[in-house]
Design a protein. Structure first.
Length: 157
């Protein structure tokens, strides 16, 4: 009986495994370095309770928006897309909260177009904006009792 020993292949196989393991370790090292850099950089982050509440409010907004007969389909689609984008950012560490503050403008437009019919939408967006303000105030290390500023509040000018 003749036995063939793949002497060359055995060496190449070990070498490839070694290179593969070394590459995995290097990638893991880079991941850990970037994680620590990213975690130490400034970012806004919602608490789990805030995320849960905003999720509920966004779902309620969707129901109200889709059920409104006095909004054009185009306006409904824009609002629903904005809500979808908001929802996709809830669990992330964010460098800014612009997308969340942008929805406040949408509430103003809805109020202008719908009048009193916009109340359910405006109420929910107002609650979202209050949560966003608390998150921003906490991240900026403002006192926990910092009031939610209103741009038209004459006492703050």
């Amino acid at each position: 009986m003749l036995y063939a020993f793949p002497s060359r292949n055995l060496g190449t196989s070990k070498k490839n495994r070694f290179i593969g393991e070394a590459t995995k370790l290097k990638i893991e090292t880079y991941k850990n370095q970037y994680k620590s850099v990213l975690k130490s950089s400034f970012a806004y982050e919602f608490s789990q309770g805030d995320v849960d509440r905003i999720q509920i409010l966004i779902n309620e907004l969707r129901e109200h928006i889709t059920g409104m007969d006095n909004l054009s389909n185009g306006h409904k689609e824009r609002l629903l897309k904005r809500l979808e984008k908001l929802q996709s950012e809830l669990h992330k560490r964010l460098s800014n909260l612009d997308r969340f503050w942008g929805i406040v403008g949408d509430a103003g437009v809805a109020l202008g177009r719908l009048g009193k019919d916009a109340k359910p939408i405006v109420d929910r967006i107002k609650e979202i904006s209050e949560i966003v303000w608390r998150t921003q105030a906490r991240s900026e290390e403002l006192p926990s009792n910092s009031p939610y500023p209103l741009l038209n509040d004459e006492q703050n000018t």
